[in-house]
Design a protein around this ligand. Structure first.
Ligand code: SAM
Ligand code: SF4
Ligand code: F3S
Length: 484
């Protein structure tokens, strides 16, 4: 499938739609005598978060104001995830809930986008069971959202626009509202060519395509000037980045780290087949690249890995883990693991437990296998009964929780630099942030260092040193030593 490159000339039609929408919403605002509002609900991974920031950017261009989920916005967008069945179920549940809102206000607009829209069964279900959804469009066509929204409003019947092409759009042409004032999400490549047999992503996100390195560096320089402290380089497989002139991921990583102003460079995801010692060496040699590597094991059994179409062995995975532990002192490893892949035996599962123990992951995302329509694994024989999956899942969780707790315990007594993310969700006088190794830290400010003129929001994005006092299963407690 050819990749279509989209530049400024291709977006002229979109500018006309933006102007029409501005007029439409301004008239609606006068008619209703209040601001016209929006809410974008995001499911799934950081790539979807990044897409949502672009959708918000476009909605604000039309003159709309953001409100939270409970406020029953005039425009509600569901940016969906199809990676597991429970993510899909959540959408259908929430679409049911907004039905009454739509009934009581005919001007309300409900749109569904994101990865679920690339699964034909989902689109059929929306058409049949949720006819009040105004617009369905897929993630490859985000840049055309203003055109689709204008057309959906004009037609007054459900508009479904799903493409069969892959696009690469000059990201500087799409407005962005960044959710965190200190963190910028920067996709460097889109799509996936790996076709792991369980995974829907290559169908939803299309083939791999990389942004030009010059365009990425230009964006990063702009972000540094605007004062962002943390940048997150994103892609389904960042390490398979391929620039137009043969640039590779290490080139992007080094260029990002060399830009003055960024205290934290993060990147995800790394596929074990692509992560090289070179990348790990770069992590060790720049002070502002986080000392945290996320790369997905999925299973510790070579047999299962083969059937998953994950082209590495347990031994190769472990070799990279040991190289990382030796090269990046104090570094942290996180991973993804699937339990209950078709045909997984008790012996296979025990090998996963063994590898997890040897890797001593600092944190892990653990998932119960969920069959995805259209993938090879969904039609494999020997699907594992639910009770066996949940029993194995429990054992893995117990082991991993213990490892995560130990990783947090190892921090107690040390003092490290924290990038403050804001107020803790559990207590107003506690701030939350992360170490360079991505450990989550909740900490207090001693009275003598408190600035009464500051609210918790003012601390967001600041750097400080925190002494760690206590370990919890998923976080570390601490006390601020000094602001930086
Ligand atoms: N590209 C990333 C990689 O390979 O490391 C993974 C991205 S995927 C969105 C995130 C995780 O979801 C995967 O690593 C996998 O563990 C999990 N996942 C994907 N498909 C799944 C399925 N059908 N059932 C359960 N978990 C799944
Ligand atoms: Fe899915 Fe595999 Fe691609 Fe990751 S590498 S997105 S798990 S197909
Ligand atoms: Fe989900 Fe799509 Fe991300 S399937 S995990 S939102 S790429």
């Amino acid at each position: 499938m050819a990749v279509i490159k989209v530049g400024a000339d291709d977006l002229r039609g979109r500018d006309a739609a933006v102007n029409e929408l501005k007029e439409y919403f301004s008239a609606l605002s006068s008619r209703k005598g209040r601001d016209i509002t929006y809410n974008v609900r995001t499911y799934g991974c950081q790539l979807n978060e990044s897409d949502s920031e672009k959708i918000c950017g476009m909605l604000e261009q039309f003159g709309l104001k953001e409100v939270d989920e409970d406020a029953s916005a005039d425009v509600i967008i569901f940016n969906t995830c199809a990676v597991r069945e429970n993510a899909e179920d959540r959408l259908f549940g929430n679409l049911g809930i907004v039905k009454a809102d739509k009934k009581s206000d005919k001007d309300k607009i409900i749109a569904v986008c994101g990865c679920m829209t690339k699964v034909p069964e989902n689109v059929e279900k929306i058409k049949k069971s949720f006819p009040y959804v105004d617009l369905v469009f897929d993630p490859q066509q985000l840049h055309l959202f203003p055109i689709y929204l204008r057309d959906a409003i004009g037609k007054k019947k459900q508009l479904v626009n799903i493409s069969s092409e892959d696009y690469i759009v000059d990201d500087s042409l799409v407005p962005i509202v960044r959710k965190r004032k200190f963190r910028a999400l920067v996709p460097i490549m889109y799509g996936c060519n790996n076709f792991c047999t369980y995974c829907i992503v290559p169908y939803a996100r299309g083939r791999e395509r990389s942004r030009g390195i010059d365009e990425i560096i230009e964006e990063l320089n702009r972000l540094a000037e605007e004062g962002y402290k943390e940048v997150m380089l994103l892609g389904q497989n960042v390490n398979s980045y391929k620039g137009i002139n043969g640039e590779r991921f290490p080139d992007v990583l080094k260029a990002a780290a060399a830009i003055k102003g960024f205290n934290r460079i993060r990147f995800m995801s790394s596929h074990p087949k692509d992560i090289s010692n070179e990348v790990i060496d770069i992590m060790a040699s720049y002070e502002n690249i986080e000392t945290h590597l996320h790369f997905a094991l999925q299973s510790g059994s070579d047999d299962v890995l083969k059937r998953m179409n994950r082209p590495y062995t347990k031994a190769e995975f472990l070799k990279t883990v040991h190289y990382f532990r030796d090269t990046v002192p104090g570094g942290a490893l996180s991973t993804d693991i699937i339990v209950g892949f078709p045909g997984e035996t008790e012996e296979d599962f025990k090998q996963t437990l063994e590898v997890v123990k040897e890797c001593a992951f600092d944190s892990a995302f653990t998932f119960q296998y969920s069959p995805r329509p259209g993938t090879k694994a969904a039609v494999m024989e020997d699907q594992i009964p639910h009770d066996v999956v949940t029993e194995r899942f429990g054992r893995l969780l117990e082991l991993q929780n213990d490892l995560a707790f130990k990783s947090n315990q190892a921090k107690v007594g040390k003092t490290e630099e924290i990038l403050i993310e804001g107020q803790s969700s559990t207590a107003p006088d506690i701030l939350t942030g992360r170490t360079l190794s991505n450990h989550l830290v909740n900490f207090t400010i001693p009275d003598e260092l408190k600035d009464p003129s500051k609210t918790s929001d003012d601390y967001e994005g600041m750097l400080c040193d925190v002494k760690f006092t206590n370990a919890r299963p998923y976080s570390v407690d601490g006390e601020l030593v000094r602001f930086k």
